[in-house]
Design a protein around this ligand. Structure first.
Ligand code: NAD
Length: 364
């Protein structure tokens, strides 16, 4: 099959990691008989420099006309002093809204080969760490009515959710749980918030369709605590936009490896938006130091969720695991100074790490 992928390399390390993601996809294409046609577009700071807009209409049009979108990262100090509407990050909100991707899937997966990087005690993560957080992405307080009173001495932001908005993201939670360990936890603040009570009502109305899924509810303050106390209790978490923003960052940090974590943002139909969870890392941009594995694993999600190619997705993930098993590391996952010294020639840069994954796919 032929697939159309729109790429948005973005800023900082974005172009380097997206290049490695595309090379991994091409290796998969060769192996499994697919071809990927890439349309490279601008967003973020590079788009501001070229067009004056963080998200040019041509970029959104290309995204909507493709099978999937691969984004590197946007932003950097060069654009930090610009007003809100002209900030590179504005492109992210514009893409999510324009592509109507309302569910953000963020796996927090600890690779056993990298367990030393986990900041939790070894006994807490003895059984590994593999959580999927499904965050509602286009509703709630980030998109609700907001403002200030005339005197400017009071302000408000409104959390609002409709039954339809809740049902579609909870459905993704149930369906994701069905493909994993069949446990779904709805995280909310139903002891206080009316929107949370509506989330529970809607979920209760749906649970009969998924009898195999063990459903639970947890208040967000407790969930924040449980994630560091006993993360193994979670399989899939589904939650609102703001709670998901905070919890998914917490969950990713407990894996210890920001350069390894992927994400997918999905809607009802149309292309999904795929990006590593890290930012544009301006401190290491252009130095061949960025870890491309988060982006390569993001490509695995793209293959699985948007192109319906699970075997190919598994192959990418297996290739990454083999490269780690063989001891290859980029700086961010290399441990302390003595670990790095011990790595010798196995401490590699962006390009070489991408090469290793490509070679592993070819050798499968
Ligand atoms: P960051 O994720 O870019 O960097 C945090 C730290 O992690 C840095 O030390 C960086 O070098 C390191 N790091 C990140 N990705 C890495 C990788 N692949 N390999 C090795 N090391 C890696 O976060 P930040 O410094 O807070 O933000 C930098 C810029 O990125 C800001 O302009 C921010 O707004 C933007 N940002 C963009 C996105 C996005 O595009 N989705 C997300 C977060 C931050």
């Amino acid at each position: 099959m032929n697939y159309r992928i729109t790429t948005i390399p973005g800023d900082g390390i974005g172009p380097d990691i997206v290049r490695e993601g595309c090379r991994a996809l091409d290796a998969i294409g060769k192996k499994f008989g697919h071809s990927f046609a890439y349309t490279e577009t601008l967003a973020g700071g590079s788009a501001l420099d070229a067009t004056g807009e963080p998200l040019p209409q041509a970029t959104l049009d290309a995204c909507l006309a493709s099978d999937a979108v691969l984004l590197g990262a946007v932003g950097g100090p060069k654009w930090d002093t610009l007003p809100g509407a002209k900030r590179p990050e504005k492109a992210l909100l514009g893409l999510r809204a324009g592509m109507k991707v309302y569910a953000n899937l963020r796996p927090a997966l600890m690779f056993p080969q990298l367990s030393a990087a986990c900041p939790l005690k070894a006994e807490i993560v003895a059984k590994g760490l593999d959580i999927l957080i499904v965050r509602e992405l286009t509703g709630g307080i980030y998109f609700g009515d907001r403002g200030r009173n005339a005197a400017g001495d009071a302000a408000w932001d409104t959390e609002a959710y409709s039954v339809a908005e809740i049902a579609r993201v909870v459905k993704i939670g149930f369906e994701s749980a069905m493909k994993r360990q069949k446990r779904l936890c709805v995280v909310d603040k139903a002891n206080i918030l009316e929107t949370s009570r509506l989330w529970r009502e809607v979920t209760e109305g749906m649970k009969g369709q998924y009898p195999a899924v063990e459903l639970s509810y947890m208040y967000v303050d407790n969930a924040a605590m449980q994630l560091v106390r006993n993360p193994g209790q979670f399989d899939v978490i589904v939650t609102s936009n703001m709670f998901g923003d905070i919890l998914s960052d917490e969950a990713s940090q407990i894996t210890g490896s920001i350069g390894m974590l992927a994400s997918a943002s999905l809607g009802d139909s149309g292309p999904g938006l795929y990006e590593p969870i890290h930012g544009s890392a301006p401190d290491i941009a252009g130095k061949d130091l960025a870890n491309p594995l988060a982006t390569i694993l993001t490509c695995a999600m793209l293959l699985r969720y948007s192109l319906g190619l699970p075997k190919e997705a598994d192959a990418v993930e297996a290739a990454v695991a083999s490269v780690l098993d063989a001891g290859w590391r980029t700086g961010d996952i290399a441990g302390g100074a003595s670990d790095r010294a011990a790595l010798g020639g196995k401490l590699v840069g962006t390009r070489k790490m991408g090469d290793l994954v490509v070679r592993q796919i070819e050798a499968m």
